[in-house]
Every structure is written in structure tokens, then in C-alpha cells.
Design a protein around this ligand. Structure first.
Ligand SMILES: Nc1ncnc2c1ncn2[C@@H]1O[C@H](COP(=O)(O)OP(=O)(O)O)[C@@H](O)[C@H]1O
Ligand SMILES: [Mg+2]
Length: 333
């Protein structure tokens, strides 16, 4: 059997990156990749690792640098976060900047299930959610007020389009009466420069490993508002209530556990200030997952979408400062 041209290309790339010895063969298995990168498992006798590579070919010529930069930002986030919370990241084995790729240890899915799948299947563990909150908070705390780290993550030009514009600005275009409120959220978030933000703390990017939550996919890493990570992750727990309404109470218990564990570790600013920013971002993000550029795939029925819109719009019009108030409005909505 001959290797496919795609495998040959991978083997060449891995050899150039120093991940394979000259002439060494490997089995390269693609994993489900995102919009801007390929991700593969690489097996050679005696070792298995995972490689994430920015896509070489892009649709929009003007964006040609962005995926390579995002790949580097992810490797950098893993390094910084791993120095704070070693168990919370896979780790970086090697990086090849020119090729826009980095390698991580392989985390076997048999003992590292994706948290999203667990939540979908009713394995809703509030202590695990709390540990997600604690680990994110410790990474924020350790990076708060660090000009050197801010300089390594000067990624406004990535975070603004793929987070603030795709979510909040796009949503404002569909809800013109709330454009002022959504615009104010965008402005405040872009001006808030406090800590290293992961940018995509979603259950689909969190593995439930034997030593707790492992965060993947930090392509949107940005030095900015830590409230974004908290609100972004809590948003997913609210959305799961629409997906699996029979477990609403348990998702909200996980929400409360995550929020409390996170807020208990906020020391770089008054916790109430951070909580108020998260409580205001959350309805904007909720509405964005129905009417922004990246709607969730599991909320498609119009009555369900309308229910999300109803709660989110009311909270945008009359903001609350406590995350518990957001959860209560959601439960009642
Ligand atoms: N180090 C790893 N070990 C094992 N599986 C991984 C590893 N990194 C990523 N994966 C798997 O690949 C999937 C996609 O990875 P992710 O970094 O989220 O890429 P994408 O940008 O394509 O979403 C993850 O959900 C996980 O199942
Ligand atoms: Mg991902």
C-alpha cells in the first residue's frame, strides 16, 4: 500500500519541523478540523502526538497571515497557561513558526472525553464545572497586570473580528433597537486590558481528563477582558438547557458552581466589577448564538430561538450586575 499525497505532505512537514527523524515513517490520521486549521494524530513506533497546523490555502487573500498567527497565539497561550496550571493544557512539544504548526502530546479520547459530549449525555458534574472556573481564574490571576504577557498577545486584530464583530456587532445588525447596548458592550470589552484571555472557552474545547479540565483551541488568545472567558463559558451552560431541557436544573447548578469558583479567585480587581461585566456580556453572547455569525448548531427550532431572544433582549434592555440574576431570568424565561 502506498501513502497518500496528503500523508506524504504531512511527513515532509513533520520532518522539517524536527518531529520525525530523516526517513522515519509515520501514520498520520486527520481529526475533525476547524475553519482555519488541520489537526492530526501522528503515530510512530513508540510515540504518538497531535499536530495542529494553520491551513496553507485561504479563501480571502487579505487574511493570509491570520491563521498562522492564530496557530502561534495558541502555542503561546499553551506555554503561558501551562506555566500556571500544568494540568490544564496538553503542552507544546515543538513549534515550527515558518510552517504555522505546533505539536502537543496526544491525549487519548478514552480517558479525555470532550466536555460538550458529557454535558449532552447528562454527565453534568458541578465540581468539574467549578474546576473549569478555578483554572481559568488562576490563569487570569497570574497574567493580570503583566505588560510582558500583554506584549506577547497583542492580538486585537484577531480577537476583534472573530469575537467582537462576529458575535456582538453582527447581532446588533439584526437587533437595531439594541444596537446602542451591544455597541457599548463591544466598546467596553475592547478597552478592558486586564489579563490573558483564552477566547474560546467552550465545552467543545475542554477535555475532561483524569487530572481535571484540559483547555484546547486557544487560537483567539488575547490580552484583554477576563470577563469574556467567564461569560463565554457560562453562555454554553445556558444554551445546553435548550438542547436538553430535562437537565436545566443541573446545568444551572454547574453554572453557579463555575461562577462561584471563578469569582472567589478574582484578586486583580473587585470581583463585583468583573461579575458585572460578565453579567452584561452574557445576554449579548446568548443573543449572538442565535442571531450572530456563528449560531449554535443544536438550537434550530424557531420557538426555542425566540425563547433565547426573549430572555437575552430583556436583559440587554435592563442589565443586571449579578450572574445569579442572569441565571434566574433564564430559568424564568
Ligand atoms: N492534544 C490532543 N490530543 C488528542 N486530541 C486532541 C488534541 N488536541 C485536539 N484534539 C482533538 O481535536 C479536536 C479539535 O481540536 P481543536 O484544537 O479544538 O481544533 P479546532 O480549531 O479544529 O476546533 C478536539 O476537540 C479534540 O477532540
Ligand atoms: Mg475547537
Amino acid at each position: 500500500m502506498t501513502d497518500s499525497p496528503a500523508t506524504d505532505a504531512w511527513i515532509g512537514a513533520l520532518a522539517r519541523a524536527g518531529l520525525l527523524a530523516p526517513g522515519e515513517r509515520a501514520t498520520v490520521t486527520p481529526l475533525a478540523g476547524g475553519v482555519s486549521s488541520d489537526i492530526v494524530r501522528v503515530e510512530v513506533p513508540g510515540r504518538t502526538f497531535c499536530v495542529k497546523r494553520a491551513l496553507a490555502k485561504l479563501r480571502v487573500a487579505a487574511d493570509w497571515r491570520a491563521p498562522v498567527e492564530r496557530n502561534h497565539a495558541e502555542a503561546e497561550w499553551m506555554r503561558v497557561a501551562g506555566a500556571v496550571e500544568p494540568d490544564a493544557v496538553p503542552g507544546v512539544l515543538a513549534e515550527d513558526l515558518a510552517q504555522g504548526l505546533f505539536a502537543m502530546p496526544w491525549l487519548d479520547p478514552r480517558d479525555h472525553p470532550v466536555w460538550k459530549a458529557q454535558l449532552r449525555d447528562g454527565r453534568i458534574d458541578a465540581p468539574f464545572a467549578a474546576e473549569v472556573g478555578r483554572r481559568i481564574a488562576r490563569i487570569h490571576a497570574a497574567t493580570a497586570g503583566r505588560a510582558d504577557i500583554a506584549a506577547r498577545f497583542a492580538t486585537d486584530h484577531i480577537f476583534h473580528p472573530i469575537r467582537l464583530e462576529a458575535y456582538l456587532v453582527a447581532t446588533a445588525a439584526r437587533h437595531a433597537d439594541l444596537a446602542g447596548e451591544l455597541g457599548a458592550l463591544v466598546e467596553r470589552t475592547r478597552r478592558t486590558k486586564l489579563a490573558l484571555v483564552h477566547g474560546d472557552v467552550s465545552p467543545k474545547n475542554i477535555l475532561a481528563g483524569p487530572r481535571g479540565p484540559v483547555f484546547l483551541d486557544a487560537e483567539c488568545a488575547w490580552y484583554g477582558d477576563p470577563a469574556f472567558d467567564l461569560a463565554f463559558c457560562l453562555n454554553h451552560l445556558l444554551l445546553k438547557c435548550v438542547w436538553r431541557p430535562q437537565w436545566l436544573g443541573r446545568y444551572l447548578d454547574a453554572f453557579a458552581a463555575l461562577a462561584a469558583a471563578y469569582l472567589a479567585l478574582v484578586a486583580w480587581e473587585p470581583a463585583a466589577d468583573l461579575e458585572a461585566r460578565a453579567a452584561r456580556l452574557l445576554p449579548g453572547l446568548l443573543l449572538a448564538r442565535v442571531d450572530g455569525k456563528s449560531p449554535v448548531e443544536y438550537i434550530t427550532a424557531e420557538p426555542e430561538r425566540d425563547r433565547v431572544r426573549g430572555v437575552a433582549r430583556a436583559l440587554l434592555a435592563r442589565p443586571v450586575a449579578r450572574l445569579g440574576e442572569v441565571a434566574a431570568a433564564w430559568r424564568a424565561g
